[in-house]
Structures are given as structure tokens and as C-alpha cells.
Write a protein that binds this ligand. Structure first.
Ligand code: FMN
Length: 163
């Protein structure tokens, strides 16, 4: 897969997944794209928690501020915080909105202790014709040691064959 075209697409509410996305982008190059809902989530933790719970429960996929066409890319890194054990609704909207047939999807997440939850299964359900590569999951507290995370990400990129 070396020499493929890479897109690092991610959603982040409080900045952790953004930090990880940029670190991956620094390693692989290619393009980076922030998935943003047309209507931003509230700043209040308790409000976003409740809104996310409702949206995930009902399968709501919010309209996005902008969509990046994935057709030129061979590998798409798809990043989300773990929200209620799954991907955040804007990530679900991004994945449901385009054709990922024949693409390789490399999921990555940051989380508060719950790891990947059922993210990989939910991504595979939304993109049944994509090849889902081994995911990377990073505990939010571990992002304080960027050197260690960089090494972890580099080892992961090596394992999935992109570096
Ligand atoms: C709405 C919401 C739901 C969350 N649900 C979970 C969860 O189910 N399991 C978990 O480990 N962490 C959960 N978290 C914590 C986040 O996954 C964690 O803080 C993550 O690093 C945030 O990424 P971000 O800064 O890119 O938004 C939740 C956070 C929010 C805001």
C-alpha cells in the first residue's frame, strides 16, 4: 500500500482525536480533513453527552458542514472519539454519505477507558464493501506523552502496511 493516496479524516469535539489525527498525518502524509457537523455540538459536556446519546440511539446522521470526496484515495484513516461505545454521529454521516467500495479504511479512536467499543463493527456495517484494517485505539490520558503515542502509531502504521 506504500505509494497509495492517503486521507486522514476525523471528528473531534474536545481536541484529543484531532491531536492523534495530526500525528498520523505527519507520519503518512497525504491529506487531512476535519469532519464537522453543520450545527456544532454544544460546549457543555453534560449537554453533548445527552445530545450524543439521543442521536446514537436513533441512528441520526447530522448534515455535515463540508464533504470531502474520497474517490481519489486508496487508504482512508477514519478517526472518532468513542461516544457511547461507538463512532460519533458526524463520522457515521461521513461514512454513510459516500461509496467506500474497494477502499481500505483504517479506524482510529481516542477514548476515556472504553477502547474501541463497537466502533469497528459499526464502521463495517456502514461501509460493507471496504476493507477494514486493524484499528488503533488511544486512551485520552496517554496523549500527554506524545513521543510514546507517536511510536505506537508508527508501529501500527507498519503493521497495516502503510509505512
Ligand atoms: C458524548 C460523549 C460520549 C462519550 N462516551 C464514551 C464512552 O462510551 N466510552 C469511553 O471510553 N469514553 C467516552 N467518552 C470520552 C471520549 O471518548 C474521550 O474523551 C475522547 O478522547 C474525546 O475525543 P475528542 O477530544 O477528540 O472529542 C465520551 C465523551 C463524550 C463527549
Amino acid at each position: 500500500m506504500a505509494g497509495g493516496r492517503f486521507l486522514v479524516a476525523y471528528f473531534s469535539w474536545s481536541g484529543n482525536t484531532r491531536r492523534l489525527a495530526h500525528l498520523i498525518h505527519e507520519e503518512v502524509g497525504g491529506d487531512v480533513f476535519e469532519i464537522q457537523p453543520a450545527v456544532p455540538y454544544p460546549d457543555s459536556y453534560s449537554e453533548v453527552l445527552e445530545q450524543a446519546r439521543r442521536e446514537i440511539r436513533s441512528g441520526y446522521k447530522p448534515p455535515l458542514r463540508e464533504v470531502r470526496d474520497v474517490s481519489p484515495y486508496t487508504v482512508i484513516f477514519i478517526g472518532s472519539p468513542n461516544w457511547w461505545s461507538t463512532i460519533a454521529p458526524p463520522v457515521a454521516a461521513f461514512l454513510a454519505g459516500q461509496d467506500f467500495s474497494g477502499k481500505a479504511l483504517a479506524p482510529f479512536c481516542t477514548h476515556g477507558g472504553g477502547g474501541l467499543g463497537r466502533m469497528v463493527e459499526d464502521i463495517a456495517r456502514l461501509c460493507p464493501r471496504a476493507a477494514i484494517l486493524e484499528p488503533l485505539s488511544v486512551y485520552e490520558g496517554d496523549l500527554r506523552d506524545l513521543q510514546a503515542i507517536r511510536a505506537k502509531a508508527a508501529a501500527w502504521l507498519h503493521r497495516i502496511g502503510v509505512k
